[in-house]
Design a protein around this ligand. Structure first.
Ligand code: NAD
Length: 301
């Protein structure tokens, strides 16, 4: 079994900062990089983290790197681009674990390119949101070999609670896309239902209490409706990032000549929200598209 002392961590955003802090808490040293230097200041124990000025300095200090970046182009650039991880001498046993949610097709290509350079690679996107990242209770969906899945176990056990090997490289990303498609559809079904009921004069808090125990219950109602009732649209998980995931689902469906009728409509509603300047809101803020249509707010602070 592979052991770790120092781990590289790239991308200290909403998710990455909680994950990096959990690794520090578990006793690992980190080598960290984020293009936004302000993010580094949120590390819980800076004395155990070496901050580097570019990704290419990370493999000089460790052979294992976790990526937690927005999308495929960011991952490709962090690995293969100018100042990327592979610009330095590649250490023996180099291992990259990409925990970002990106395209499964791009993931397979990255895995092939890395394998040709002798670099081991897992895709390991996560679900569980900012609180799951901060509490170390993420669900981790892993794509790659059995051997690497076992090698990464000590790291995954710090970051997550439910760790599932989904198949070969790319399979973790496929499962993540499926999850994201379904959670976006649920957000829209919740938005339509709650705007209808609120306009009809029922208190949305009462609807939430009922539906949390009814067959319409879902993560959107349980996790996002309490924040919507307070009018809190601070991310969380942004509409921009969720739209990115819907785009990945649409790309996959297009390449398979598969109609995804509802997902296509939901994708357009998320696009509408972006055009309206709502991309940086939490994904619960998608309900404001409907609120603006009717001039009704789903609130009970
Ligand atoms: P974020 O935008 O908050 O964080 C991304 C971080 O990466 C930022 O701090 C940014 O400065 C940094 N960055 C961008 N390009 C970089 C580069 N080339 N090198 C180094 N740093 C770079 O995003 P997030 O919410 O933390 O999400 C990260 C990934 O996890 C995304 O793929 C997202 O879809 C996924 N995800 C997010 C959530 C959530 O609830 N936020 C939940 C599950 C999965």
């Amino acid at each position: 079994m592979r052991t770790y002392q120092k781990i590289g961590f790239v991308g200290l955003g909403v998710m990455g900062i909680g994950m990096a802090n959990n690794l520090l808490k578990a006793g690992y040293e980190l080598v960290v990089y984020d293009i936004n230097p302000a993010r580094v200041e949120l590390l819980s124990d800076p004395s155990k983290a070496t901050v580097v000025a570019k990704n290419s300095e990370i493999f000089e200090q460790t052979d294992t790197v976790i990526l937690m970046l927005p999308n495929s182009p960011h991952v490709e650039s962090a690995v293969f681009g100018e100042g990327g991880l592979l610009e330095s001498k590649i250490p023996e046993n180099a291992f990259i674990i990409d925990m970002s949610s990106i395209s499964p097709v791009v993931t397979e290509k990255i895995a092939e390119k890395l394998s040709a350079k002798g670099v081991k690679f897992l895709d390991a996107p996560v679900s569980g949101g900012q609180s799951g990242a901060a509490e170390g209770t993420l669900t981790i969906m892993v794509g790659g070999s059995d051997e690497l899945f076992e090698d990464a176990a000590p790291i995954f056990q710090v970051l997550g609670k439910k760790i599932i090997h989904c198949g070969k490289n790319g399979a973790g990303q496929v499962v993540k896309v499926v999850n994201q498609l379904m959670s976006a559809v649920n957000l829209i079904s919740m938005s339509e239902g709650f705007i209808l009921g609120t306009k009809a004069g029922v208190d949305p808090k009462i609807m939430m209490d009922v539906i949390s125990g009814g067959s319409g219950r879902c993560w959107a109602v349980e996790n996002r409706m309490p924040e919507i009732l307070k009018g809190n649209f601070q991310p969380g998980f942004t509409i921009d990032l969720h739209k990115k995931d819907l785009g990945l689902a649409m790309e996959m469906a297009t390449s398979m000549n598969l109609p995804l009728t509802v997902t296509a409509m939901v994708n357009d509603i998320f696009k509408t929200a972006q055009i309206e300047g709502k991309g940086k809101l939490d994904n619960g803020g998608i309900i404001t598209v409907y609120e603006d249509l009717l001039g009704v707010k789903v609130r009970n602070p």
